[in-house]
Design a protein around this ligand. Sequence first.
Ligand SMILES: [Zn+2]
Length: 75
Amino acid sequence: MANSIWTTEEFTCAGCSMTYTATREEHSEAHTGSFKCSICSGVVHSWSGKHHFFGWRAVKTKPAVFGRRWAGVPY
Ligand SMILES: [Zn+2]
């Protein structure tokens, strides 16, 4: 398939701010679909058109906000 064009796009969950990446593939026919967050079950992205998203992966982000909360806890 010499015509397939894959691009990676990044999405952030509106519910819990988890970041995901997905591979977008262009199609000649319309597709519809959606991806739900594995943490809060919110819809991260839904699409319809001549493209499809697959290969969803969660991107691990630094817990900068929560890091302070545990700063005083001895371990
Ligand atoms: Zn979420």
